[in-house]
Structure formats: structure tokens, C-alpha cells
Write a protein that binds this ligand. Structure first.
Ligand SMILES: Nc1ncnc2c1ncn2[C@@H]1O[C@H](COP(=O)(O)OP(=O)(O)OP(=O)(O)O)[C@@H](O)[C@H]1O
Ligand SMILES: Nc1ccn([C@@H]2O[C@H](COP(=O)(O)O)[C@@H](O)[C@H]2O)c(=O)n1
Length: 208
């Protein structure tokens, strides 16, 4: 059973995916970490993020066992990831790992931008999780404050709008809702309410 969860930055899809996976006893992959890790490796080598060939090489050499690095969660890395993720060769290289993860016995829960449209177009259930840009900026600002990276609301909102535009506007696997996805707008839902609604959808659609 594969559950694909997509949505824009700070919509809460990762939180939801992690919780659903734990509840259902399935493995979870936050695919954004792969792109963040490619960007981290390039920044560590002081390589320009705009260099498609170097980005492709970083993706091919990626150590997927190092995705728990706390540095991956920073604002800088989110922005950097959205730059390297525009390259077709980077996406193609990371696709195999994501598909193998999804195809493991018993299935998995994956979240990202193109899970329902490209990585797992045959997923058993697709959720598209969103919230207003302002609500997402509030969530991200709170999260950054908790991790010791305080930032002002307008800067975070501008980051989110820029990232949305880049992720939705790129030619390769742009962020969009799959035609057969279920929309979950969490603007007025806290994390518990969003999880309860997602679980209701899962139970309605899947035999779990
Ligand atoms: N429904 C919700 N209401 C309020 N806060 C939430 C909700 N869901 C998640 N959060 C919080 O918002 C922040 C962003 O959530 P999360 O990391 O899950 O988003 P995301 O969509 O995976 O983001 P990104 O794509 O940028 O990794 C986290 O601090 C999380 O605890
Ligand atoms: N399936 C995916 C997942 C992520 N990206 C890109 O990575 C950036 C960071 O992702 P987070 O979910 O960790 O915020 C994101 O802005 C995308 O550009 C992607 O392209 N495809």
C-alpha cells in the first residue's frame, strides 16, 4: 500500500506523512531531504548551486544514509534544495531511490512535490496537503524559532512565495495536485485535526 502526499512548503505534509506512517506501521520517506542533502553536499564543497552538471554529480554520489543531519532542516537548505531540484538530471537520479523505497514489501508513505504525479503515479491514495501562504509562514516561523533560527514573518512569507513559484513553475516535475488526489486544506486545522481528517480519508478509501 503506497500513500503519496504532496503539497507546498510548510503545509504540514511531512508531519502528516510521518504520523500516518507510524499509525499504519509503514516506513516513511520525506523526499525533500534528498534534494536538501544534494544541496548540502554542494554547499560543503563550495560548488555553485546553479551548475547543473555538478548538481547531477552530487545527486549520483548522494549518501542516503545521512538524511538525519539536522543542518538539512535550515531555511538556507530549503531554498538551496529548490534550486538544485529544478535540474532534470538530479530528479532522474533521485527517482530510482524513491521508487525502490515505495515498492518495498508492505508499501510506504512518501511526501514531497511530485510523488502522486511522477514518483508513484499508481499510489493507492494521493493526498494534496495545503494551507494559505500566511498560515504556512506562521508555522515555519514558529518552527525556525524553536530550532534557534529566528526570522521575521515577512521574510519567511517571501521565502515561501518564492519557493512555491519556483516549485510550481519549473518544467521538470512541477508541484501540482494529481488529478486523482484528495485535497486537504489545513489552514483552519491544527496538526491533530489534520491527522484525524487524513486518517478518515485513508479509512474511507483503503482497506486498513
Ligand atoms: N496542521 C498544522 N497546524 C499547525 N502547525 C502545523 C500543522 N502541521 C504541521 N505543523 C507544523 O508546521 C511546521 C511545518 O510542518 P512540516 O515540516 O510538516 O511541513 P512540510 O509541508 O513538510 O514542509 P517542507 O515541505 O518545507 O518540508 C512544523 O513545525 C509542524 O510542526
Ligand atoms: N519530491 C520533491 C521533494 C522536494 N523537492 C524540492 O526540494 C525542496 C525542499 O523540499 P522540502 O519538502 O524539504 O521543503 C522543495 O522546495 C522542492 O524544490 C522536490 O522538487 N520534489
Amino acid at each position: 500500500m503506497v500513500i503519496a502526499i504532496d503539497g507546498p512548503a510548510a503545509s504540514g505534509k511531512g508531519t502528516l506523512a510521518r504520523r500516518l506512517a507510524r499509525h499504519l506501521g509503514r516506513p516513511h520517506l520525506d523526499t525533500g531531504l534528498l534534494y536538501r542533502a544534494v544541496a548540502r553536499d554542494m554547499l560543503d564543497r563550495e560548488e555553485p548551486l546553479s551548475d547543473a552538471a555538478l548538481a547531477a554529480r552530487a545527486a549520483a554520489a548522494l549518501d542516503t544514509a545521512r538524511l538525519d543531519d539536522p543542518r538539512l532542516r535550515s531555511r538556507e537548505m530549503g531554498e538551496a534544495a529548490s534550486i538544485v531540484s529544478t535540474f532534470a538530471a538530479v530528479r532522474e537520479t533521485l527517482l530510482g531511490f524513491q521508487r525502490r523505497f515505495a515498492r518495498q514489501e508492505g508499501g510506504a508513505v512518501l511526501d514531497g512535490r511530485d510523488i502522486g504525479t511522477v514518483v508513484c503515479p499508481d499510489a493507492d491514495l494521493k493526498l494534496y496537503v495545503t494551507a494559505s501562504p500566511e498560515e504556512r509562514a506562521r508555522r515555519r516561523q514558529r518552527e525556525l524559532a524553536q530550532t534557534g533560527e529566528p526570522s521575521d514573518f515577512e521574510t519567511v512569507l517571501a521565502d515561501i512565495r518564492r519557493r512555491d513559484a519556483r516549485d510550481q513553475g519549473r518544467p521538470n516535475a512541477p508541484l501540482r495536485m494529481a488529478e486523482d488526489a484528495v485535497l486537504l486544506d489545513t489552514t483552519a486545522l491544527d496538526a491533530d485535526a489534520a491527522f484525524a481528517e487524513a486518517l478518515r480519508i485513508v479509512r474511507t478509501r483503503l482497506d486498513v
